[in-house]
Design a protein around this ligand. Structure first.
Ligand code: PEP
Length: 244
């Protein structure tokens, strides 16, 4: 159950959030909780969640370890402050920063090399869904972005299916749409990496997940978890999602 705070909250807000959130998820078992605040709040988040089982991740990374790359942050830097995860190729990064499938591969490899678990996002835009291209978009994203990973690298990633038209719009994919897309992605994984790795890879659904729709989404066998944007900003909402 992963939360993406996007570009919201200060370090002070972060502390106030965990004060409310942590008691609400205490004792919750059988699920992994990850929260991805903006870079300046990562250290506060790691400190506040120490020993609680709640993991902290970044929302992006640069593929090099260090260098003259102004404004970027590397995997080893993120890992060194106690983060365990990183989101790769969120649709907002694809859209506003032109991240390509080649970026997906190199960022995912860099994250793994730094000891981070990458949450790799894929998903079609509205026009692509409406013109019947969902499967081919997912095929291309998988083949060109995730496909170049070695099998032992693939075994360590998490995939998030996030249809772009459902992100921040209040339009959730129906359970049927989500199930079909997850099956398409798992099938891609099967063809490239074989049955065992395909069955084991965790595929999260993301796109307007809320406390009142999480149960029907999580009831689908193909859905292994959720990546939540807007509703993860409120500690009570996100705790309700985690405790679905
Ligand atoms: C996201 O940012 O990954 C996301 C799914 O956003 P929202 O839940 O707000 O649609």
């Amino acid at each position: 159950m992963a939360g993406n705070w996007k570009m919201y909250k200060t370090a002070k807000d972060t502390r106030a959030y965990f004060e409310k959130f942590l008691p609400l998820v205490k004792g919750c078992s059988g699920r992994e909780i990850v929260i991805c605040p903006p870079y300046p709040n990562l250290e506060a988040a790691v400190e506040d969640t120490a020993g609680t089982g709640v993991h902290i991740g970044a929302q992006n990374l640069y593929w090099g370890k260090e260098g003259a790359v102004t404004g970027e942050v590397s995997g080893p830097m993120i890992h060194s402050i106690g983060c365990t995860h990183v989101i790769i190729a969120h649709s907002e990064r694809r859209e506003y920063f032109n991240e390509s499938e080649q970026d997906v591969t190199r960022k995912t490899k860099a994250a793994l090399e730094a000891g981070l678990t990458p949450i790799v996002c894929v998903g079609e835009r509205l026009a692509e869904r409406e013109s019947g291209q969902t499967a081919s978009v997912l095929h291309e994203q998988f083949q060109d972005g995730i496909g170049p990973l070695a099998p032992d690298e693939f075994a360590k990633i998490v995939i998030a299916y996030e249809p772009v038209w459902a992100i921040g719009t209040g339009k959730t994919a129906t359970p049927q749409i989500a199930e079909d897309a997850h099956k398409t992605i798992r099938n891609e994984a099967r063809q490239r990496f074989g049955e065992q790795l395909a069955a084991a890879v965790r595929i999260l659904y993301g796109g307007s997940v809320k406390p009142d729709n999480v149960k029907s989404l999580m009831a689908i066998e193909e859905i292994d978890g959720v990546l939540v944007g807007g509703a993860s900003l409120d500690p009570v909402s996100f705790a309700a999602i985690v405790n679905y």
